[in-house]
Design a protein around this ligand. Structure first.
Ligand SMILES: *Cc1c(COP(=O)(O)O)cnc(C)c1O
Length: 361
């Protein structure tokens, strides 16, 4: 007899991560493989962090982490210019999404999100038995009016991401504040900034002080996985009102962020030169890929993040497999849409060469 799980989780398809290099190597007997599928950092991690971790390990890992994450929270409080009681740490930003859902969603509550939003918003909501309302996009950017008109008396959480994954689209500063002004105060807004460090647009919202002071119902979610290059260690955080932080802490596991992750995050914050280097490389790579796409007649969507959504005549799965066979892992989306993460210049060039080969352009 099979034991039935909770009925809320039945429709969930387990998250399929970007294919690891080792899997592709084994499957196709390839050695020189590049992965441009999971928006990871092409420059690795800060050398300052890596060297520090080696010494850190000599101190041993037999003790439990600081469950409060005091040092990291203090470093973040200083870095973000907010009080520590506004910060909660998580095991990757992903855990923050599930913790917010656990802390706030009752079965039958509604959540509002856009199509082409991060799939984990839907999963986190579904696990708690919430009803998910998905709104269409306009030209692969958020249709904010449609998000607002989907809000009902039952709406508890609104999930947004800026810049958005996988479309790379951005909500500018004035538009964002105008939008937030129109959201009822009883709706929590999860504002995912996983890629905010990559945004180069002048009018990208950068004033988090204003955001959290003016909108106490906003939870700003951030990660060390992307520009800081610590995806393997799993560390994220949020900035929000102290009351919301308290509620999230009620569902947080006592030692959810490992001691190494806390240490690495503190050291990573100190190396802003590395962050700048990654930012610059990303801009250069993005421009290179745009130009190559234009020359190839490939439709793409301009991105403020570290990945680009593009469209070909091929079914995305087929293109994914064909590219993989020649050692380039990218990420299929639905229909004919693909997402490529921006890599080193060498990786970017190899990606374009491989794409030309497969598409016979
Ligand atoms: C990558 C990503 C995150 C963060 O992931 P973690 O590795 O769990 O910190 C959060 N939101 C979006 C939209 C992402 O793409």
């Amino acid at each position: 007899m099979t034991i039935k799980p909770r009925k809320d989780i039945e429709p969930i398809i387990p998250y399929e991560p970007g294919k690891p290099i080792a899997d592709v190597a084994k499957e196709y007997g390839l050695t020189n493989i590049i992965k441009m599928a999971s928006n990871e950092n092409p420059l690795g991690s800060s050398p300052h962090v890596i060297n520090g971790l080696k010494d850190y390990l000599d101190g041993g890992i037999n003790l439990y982490p600081d469950g409060n994450g005091t040092d990291l929270k203090e470093a973040l409080a200083q870095f973000c210019d907010v009080d520590t009681d506004r910060i909660v740490l998580s095991n990757g930003a992903d855990e923050m999404l599930t913790m917010v859902a656990q802390a706030y969603l009752n079965p039958g509550d509604e959540v509002v999100m856009s199509e082409w939003a991060f799939t984990r918003y839907g999963d986190a909501s579904q696990i708690m038995g919430a009803d998910i309302i998905r709104t269409p996009m306009i030209d692969f950017a958020y249709d904010l009016d449609s998000l607002i008109s989907s809000i009902t008396d039952k709406t508890k959480v609104l999930w947004i991401c800026n810049p958005n994954n996988p479309t790379g689209s951005m909500i500018d500063k004035d538009t964002l504040y105008g939008f937030l002004d129109r959201i009822p105060k009883q709706v929590l807004i999860v504002y995912d900034e996983a890629y905010h460090e990559f945004a180069s647009a002048e009018n990208f919202p950068r004033d988090n002080q204003h955001l959290i002071d003016s909108y106490p119902n906003v939870i700003v979610v951030r990660t060390f996985s992307k520009i800081y290059g610590l995806a393997g260690l799993r560390v994220g955080y949020c900035i929000t009102s102290p009351g919301i932080a308290r509620n999230i802490n009620k569902v947080r596991g006592p030692f959810n962020v490992s001691s190494m992750a806390q240490y690495a995050a503190i050291e990573a914050l100190k190396d802003q030169a590395f962050v700048k280097e990654v930012y610059d490389l990303n801009l250069e790579g993005k421009e290179y890929i745009y130009e190559a796409f234009k020359a190839m007649g490939i439709v793409y969507y301009p991105s403020e993040a570290n990945h680009i959504l593009f469209e070909t005549d091929w079914n995305a799965r087929d293109l994914f497999v064909a590219m993989q066979k020649i050692g380039v892992i990218i990420r299929p989306q639905k229909d004919n849409y693909m997402r490529v993460s921006i890599g080193t210049m060498e990786e970017n060039r190899r990606f374009i060469e491989a794409l030309k080969e497969v598409l016979a352009i």
